[in-house]
Design a protein around this ligand. Structure first.
Ligand code: ADP
Ligand code: G6P
Length: 559
């Protein structure tokens, strides 16, 4: 794997991703409110600066009328964003269906949908057709805005069909494709009915990038085993045409976090949180509420830790920030109820009149991040103290219910109270509030132990952000070995298998008792990595290599 530092990007860059960095909310016939989108792809690309870039993508909303489309296009243009309008049915079949019910679980080793998730093969086919149609609509918008010399950078599993569409339009277009999720073992990819068509389409790009060397290797194996093409150290070769395949580990804009920690408002939040949790160690999880994040596994491991270590019960708190995501997909709805139920049960089991062990906050992000090459809107800064207070109040309710249940365990109707317990946790999470960037930085900064227990994860930027905010505290990162970040932060983190609840519970104990010397040593390693492998380096390296690859290909064809 050839890893050179990139050169500053001189050409215009067209970033194409399913999701724009802002999602639109309609306020009137021609009035729109824009809020920052969630997820690692958006966070990383917002950290890329000093480039003349346009971002093409879906605004996350159905806009059937021309008045609305015109107004939204204008509002987005100010943010250098260009919308792709997908009608409701296509968006549903493409985004909820093929992308999030088929490709996302498959690429994270959760397999293809069974009968209950996908009734018939015909529905699979219709979702794939919608996927191709949607990709074609993205291609049309790119073509409309493309100028000679532009670099077109396509992102993620939503747009695997795009490189082919673009090259059919203009074979000279410089096209790169980057996957933000894992690429699974070729034996997993092999199960996908449209396996070959997708691989061939991605291979139309000049360069194909992944977060880790393993994902790149899996992709090359899929091309050799499924398509019968030749894999070389540089990539995949088809009849003398090379598609370069390589690993480009993503990073964050660590300076932005460091700068935020210096702001008086953030310092004030830090003081408030420190005061609020005085005498307790703070553990933190920040995840989209997605089945790949291993949130139930994390919470069950925490429960096991409390069960085995009664002396820690009133000395540690787990703050779990769960960002609502893909809420129209049934699997995500099921997960939401499951997590609420487990949290309610554990808080009922270990809560006291004054404290609960888990604060589960179901929070969309609100942030004003005018950073990088794209400006974003947001609501005012707001720290979620209200939910924390509510949680304490609900702890009292939980405890009362718990003792009631204990003293009346012979009364069968009382099992009806466990849904009430989960409902109380949900209530803490549905008040009208949100978490913004500064509040998030403050939370990272006061954390003693961060818990990332993804069952699979392309990279996981939350682990990077936590490390970037730990300048003084030197908190411990417990990190799943199945996150891409394990390959870069493995030496500093405590690596765990999230399926092994006993192991994770033991790691929690180890982390909470770790000596300051060991914490310092582990933190130093991770901090050095996070601050030297930034989002900017990632983007510059990818685009430089895309340019070099195109020049090399031209030289080869002339020879
Ligand atoms: P994924 O891309 O799967 O969501 P990552 O850990 O790579 O996982 O990235 C998640 C990103 O979402 C991080 O940059 C994190 O700061 C950001 N984020 C954290 N909290 C919220 C929130 N409440 N709303 C939206 N985004 C959030
Ligand atoms: C992951 C994916 C991104 C996606 C994000 C949020 O990070 O790799 O492509 O944008 O999750 O998911 P959503 O479906 O809301 O865009």
């Amino acid at each position: 794997n050839r890893r050179s530092r990139g050169r500053p990007m001189k050409q215009r860059l067209l970033v194409v991703a399913n999701r724009l960095p802002v999602s639109a909310v309609r306020r009137g016939e021609d009035s729109w409110y824009l809020e920052v989108s969630a997820g690692g792809l958006v966070s990383a690309l917002l950290g890329v600066k000093d480039v003349d870039a346009r971002w093409i993508g879906w605004a996350g909303v159905n806009v059937p009328d021309e008045v609305g489309q015109r107004a939204l296009t204008k509002a987005l243009a100010e943010k250098r964003c260009i919308p792709v309008f997908l009608d409701e049915e296509i968006a549903h079949q493409y985004y909820n269906g093929y992308c999030n019910n088929i490709l996302w679980p498959l690429f994270h080793y959760l397999g293809l949908p069974q009968e209950d998730r996908l009734a018939t093969t015909r529905s699979f086919q219709s979702q794939f057709d919608a996927y191709k149609r949607a990709n074609k609509m993205f291609a049309d918008v790119v073509n409309m805005h493309y100028q000679e010399g532009d670099v077109v950078w396509c992102h993620d599993y939503h747009l695997m069909f795009l490189p082919k569409c673009l090259k059919e339009y203009n074979s000279k277009m410089k096209v790169g494709w980057f996957l933000h999720t894992p690429f699974p073992s070729s034996e997993i990819h092999r199960t996908l009915p449209s396996r070959s068509e997708l691989l061939r389409s991605v291979l139309a790009a000049d360069i194909v990038g992944f977060h880790t060397y393993d994902y790149a290797r899996h992709f090359v194996s899929a091309c050799t085993r499924i398509l019968g093409l030749e894999g070389t150290p540089e990539g995949v070769e088809d009849q003398g045409m090379l598609t370069r395949v390589a690993a480009f580990p993503i990073g964050i804009d660590s300076d932005r976090f460091k700068r935020a920690l210096e702001l008086p408002a953030v310092k004030e939040h830090i003081n408030e949180l420190t005061h609020r949790f005085a005498g307790r160690k703070v553990m933190l999880g920040v995840d989209r509420l997605d089945m790949i994040k291993g949130i139930p596994q994390k919470i069950l491991a925490f429960e096991k830790f409390l069960e085995e270590n009664p002396s820690w019960r009133d000395k540690v708190v787990l703050l779990q920030i769960a960002v609502p995501t893909r809420t129209d997909v049934p699997e995500y709805q099921k997960l939401t109820s499951q997590v609420h139920e487990i949290v309610g049960r554990i808080n009922g089991r270990f809560g006291t009149l004054t404290a609960v062990p888990i604060h589960h906050l179901f929070l969309p992000l609100s942030r004003e991040w005018t950073v990088g090459s794209f400006a974003t809107d947001g609501r005012p800064l707001e720290l979620p103290l209200l939910p924390l207070l509510l949680s304490a109040a609900f702890a009292a309710v939980a405890t009362a219910v718990r003792s009631f249940r204990h003293c009346c365990c012979c009364c069968p109707q009382l099992s009806l109270l466990s849904p009430l317990l989960s409902a109380t946790s949900i209530a803490t999470a549905t008040a009208d509030r949100s978490l913004d960037f500064h509040a998030l930085c403050a939370l990272y900064a006061v954390t003693d132990v961060a818990l990332v227990t993804s069952l699979r994860d392309g990279m996981n930027l939350v682990s990077y952000e936590f490390v970037a905010c730990q300048g003084s505290k030197k908190g411990v990162l417990i990190l799943s070995e199945f996150a891409g970040a394990a390959q870069s932060l493995g030496a500093g983190a405590l690596l765990v298998n999230p399926w092994n609840i006993t192991e994770v519970a033991a790691s929690i104990g180890y982390a909470l008792n770790m000596s300051p010397d060991e914490r310092e040593k582990r933190h130093r390693h991770n901090y050095a990595h996070v601050t030297t492998h930034t989002a900017q380096d990632w983007a510059e390296t990818f685009v430089s290599e895309l340019n070099d690859t195109v020049v090399e290909a031209q030289l080869r064809t002339r020879q």
